[in-house]
Design a binder for this molecule. Structure first.
Ligand code: SAH
Length: 257
């Protein structure tokens, strides 16, 4: 196989949001070449199908609120596989560098003297914006894009700089934000964002079971409870998101038909 993936090495590969066509060509090649693939719960079946039939496929899935394998165990499994001479792909949903715990795995490989590299992927916010048919930045309206996670450690409150996040000239992409929707809404309103600030919720972006819902900051808690299933969902908040609703209905219908 190609020189960038020798035996005993590791690639952290961005699997993108789910649709296998949103993989990079490099990711596709690395997945096909791997002896072992460690993958998260969020990696779509269409992506996993690209692995060799002989590859060892290891689910190390983590979904909030459910059973989660300790990060240290995952690090150790990756290192052990590489040390036994396997070509290892660690597949992560979206982009490995965004809320992907990549650092722990990179550090474990470095500590063990194992060659490790990163192949980027399309992050959920990009996929969600594409599905909504909008731009995350908008000249004069949204000149800043903030990626934030609203996932708190068990038993802890969110500790976010709400005053900084409540920027009317920014788009906020909230990862792992479904459970915290009520707090996100209340805090952003308390820190000055208008109650009618547009919000989009996109679940399973890029997959056949994708759901999109556009609402307002005030109604976000209700929408998060009632409009979504149990798939991964992203919240997009800000004036630029309002552009999603201003598209003529017929044009939108034709596009989604
Ligand atoms: N590294 C990933 C993010 C991991 S955190 C990336 O770059 O996309 C996991 C969170 O990402 C989920 O809770 C959800 O908020 C978001 N997410 C991942 N895939 C998604 C998808 N297909 N649709 C909507 N949100 C998604």
């Amino acid at each position: 196989m190609s020189g960038d993936f020798p035996s005993g090495s590791v690639w952290l590969v961005g699997a993108g949001p789910g649709d296998p066509e949103l993989l990079t060509r490099k990711a596709e090649r690395l997945i096909a070449a791997a002896d072992t693939v460690f993958y998260d719960a969020l990696v779509g079946p269409g992506v996993l199908a690209l692995a060799s039939p002989d590859a060892r496929m290891v689910h190390v899935g983590k979904r909030s609120g459910r059973h989660s394998r300790a990060q240290g165990d995952i690090d150790a499994m990756i290192v052990a596989a590489a040390q036994s001479g396997e070509r290892v792909v660690r597949l992560k949903g979206g982009d490995p560098s965004i809320f992907g715990r990549s650092n722990e795995e990179l550090a474990a490989c470095h500590a063990a003297g194992i060659a490790v590299r990163i192949c980027p992927g399309i992050t959920a916010a990009s996929a969600a914006a594409a599905s909504l048919g909008l731009s995350l930045t908008l000249r004069g309206t949204a000149r800043k894009l903030t990626f934030v996670t609203a996932h708190a450690r068990a038993g802890e409150a969110l500790s976010l700089d709400w005053a900084a996040l409540a920027d009317p000239y920014a788009t906020l992409a909230v990862y792992m934000g479904k459970a915290a929707a009520r707090e996100v809404s209340a805090q952003l309103i308390a820190h000055g964002l208008p109650v009618d600030t547009p919000v989009a919720l996109v679940e399973n972006a890029s997959l056949a079971n994708e759901r999109r819902f556009v609402t307002t900051l005030r109604l976000l808690p209700l929408a998060a409870r009632s409009a979504l299933g149990d798939g991964p969902a992203l919240l997009l908040i800000g004036a630029a998101i309002g552009e999603a609703v201003s598209q003529p209905t017929q044009a939108r219908a034709a596009l989604t038909a």
